[in-house]
Design a protein around this ligand. Structure first.
Ligand code: ADP
Ligand code: MG
Length: 272
């Protein structure tokens, strides 16, 4: 079994891109599963009212289940909202229910509305779980839910689809990250960019990959996620691709990405 080094301190990573369908949710659950396979304990926080990450992890998320919604409005403690995924006891999830759909508006009038997730998942609240990674899956918008995710994290991972207009909207995302960093969370930075839905048979995919690498430099992971039917089928069975078809290219590419993500923190730690 391949294992990766544990981070010296818990890493909280927000997976954000206000474009829909770029692979945020797919990346959140499969990267989480990869890190869990590699020996890490990982908590996924589902912040998208659609609850697709919760579905893929096979956790209950019907209306009324303690979820990220109750967490944000301060009705439950994180410990009471955490479920264990069906496929690994090291893979935990705070699900999203449809109740979250109204939160964007409800939050507007709340005290400390941008910092509510951070407060809910602070270290003491998670004491006893020994969580190495927290991955937060964002909805496709830059509203208060995404702002809460950006305030709660130190790192942002941006998935970019190898398609036309790949970088469209990324400038706006980076400006918002800059605003959050300047006013709410000085430690926030884009630590990782992951190229998704890469199709090596097309020239376009290579052009996009090159453009993204020129734009972002070495925060772009070397591992790219191929476009693969297995990846898109897995959630229909309440599974990540690592459980659905561990030998598939999609599964292996997420394992590679997980290893790379973990190894990079190690490099940084050793250098400091
Ligand atoms: P987002 O969360 O950014 O909206 P998703 O992760 O839900 O995006 O992905 C959008 C769609 O693309 C989903 O149907 C998903 O199954 C599919 N998809 C994501 N990654 C891949 C991939 N590598 N290969 C094939 N289909 C993928
Ligand atoms: Mg999604």
């Amino acid at each position: 079994k391949v294992t990766v080094p544990k981070p010296r301190e818990q890493r909280i990573i927000t997976i954000a891109n206000q474009k829909g369908g770029v692979g945020k949710t797919t990346t959140t659950v499969n990267l989480a599963a990869a890190l869990a396979h590699q020996g890490m304990t990982v908590l996924v926080v589902d912040l998208d009212p659609q609850g697709n990450a919760s579905t893929a992890l096979g956790v209950a998320h019907h209306s009324g289940v303690p979820s990220s919604y109750e967490l944000l409005i301060g009705e439950v403690a994180v410990k009471d909202a955490i479920q264990t995924s069906q496929h690994s006891e090291r893979l935990l999830c705070v699900p999203a229910t449809i109740d979250l759909a109204g939160a964007e508006i409800e939050l507007v009038s709340m005290v400390a509305r941008e910092g509510r997730l951070k407060t809910a998942i602070h270290e003491a609240a998670l004491a006893g779980y020994d969580i190495d990674y927290v991955l937060i899956d964002c909805p496709p918008s830059l509203g208060l839910l995404t702002v809460n995710a950006l305030v709660a994290a130190k790192e942002v991972l941006i998935p970019i689809q190898c398609e036309y207009y790949a970088l469209e909207g990324v400038g706006q995302l980076l400006r918002n990250i800059g605003l959050v960093q300047a006013h709410l969370n000085p430690e926030l930075h884009v630590s990782t960019v992951l190229l998704t839905m890469y199709d090596g048979r097309t020239k376009l995919a290579d052009q996009v990959a090159e453009e993204v690498r020129n734009h972002f430099g070495d925060v772009v992971l070397k591992s790219m996620i191929p476009r693969s039917v297995k990846v898109s089928e897995a959630p229909g069975y309440g599974m990540t691709v690592l459980d659905y078809d561990p030998g598939s290219r999609g599964a292996m590419s997420y394992m590679d990405a997980g290893r790379e993500l973990a190894g990079r923190a190690q490099l940084k730690q050793d250098a400091s």
